[in-house]
Design a binder for this molecule. Sequence first.
Ligand code: GDP
Ligand code: ZN
Length: 299
Amino acid sequence: MKDTSSGVVLASYGRGVLVEADDAASGDATLRCSLKGRKQRIVCGDRITWTYQPAHDGPSVESIERRRNLIERIDTRGRAEPVAANIDRLAIVVAPEPAADWFVVDRYWAGAILKDIETLLVVNKLDLGLEAIRAEIETYRSLGLPCIETASQSGVGIDQLQAALDGKVTLLVGQSGVGKSSIVNALAPQAAAQTAELTRDAEGRHTTTTARRYRLDPKTAIIDAPGVRDFAPPASVVRAAERGFVEIHAHSVECRFNDCRHMEEPGCAVRAAVRAGTIAPRRYESYRRLFRLYEKLGP
Ligand code: GDP
Ligand code: ZN
């Protein structure tokens, strides 16, 4: 007898995945499934089916559903590496401490734009005072990026964040130490505790540094992706860099040349806007860095 079940991947390890069954009433709500072969590459957020087969000790993954989307980053050698699948929204978490790397924030946002995913900036540790980062936050607000201010330790702003996440699957990203785990704990204490338990190995250590998915209610989930020092979305063409920067993309229609790269070309409306103060110089510098990275990596 072959009994197939389906569910969503909460965490993916080298040799198996932790999944949440769609039909939790039929058995364990969360269980581990082994992979059938080394070829299977399963990502947090994937929808899969599994079976109990006589040849295996426990459940093993049968198939991976077609992904709605896949967030990837480029590794140091320029290869695309998956982060999470099937997400509706990206929440980039920053804080006054550790000092934010705004170039990385820009790249996360650009990556979401390239995938048509809505983005939100979460400014955590409000209690430490936001004076030092106020100007940057205002730049993002003026570009249309919604910003929510929170203090995950005291719970300030968590209701507002919860309302913003409602009914969606949100990928939480941000450098280590900004308070992502604290935010997950504030939003979903039970799910966080359960996953912490299930992702321990035999010695009680936490086994994974990959992304983890937490359900907040039947329709809402968050995926906590581990802090990465650097992030860049993969792109097949250098021009993708432009699309990732809303204000640069908007000004580009005024450039003299259709294929203007906004580097040294004459009649560049983007550089004119930087000189006029309409485009923030730091954002423009961020664009240049991403463009150069794509140029270096090639198609
Ligand atoms: P993660 O690495 O992004 O998951 O960050 P953690 O949730 O582990 O938090 C990193 C540090 O920031 C911990 O020492 C937390 O206690 C602290 N922290 C988290 N949220 C807040 C907050 O709202 N205010 C302050 N002052 N500290 C916070
Ligand atoms: Zn231009």
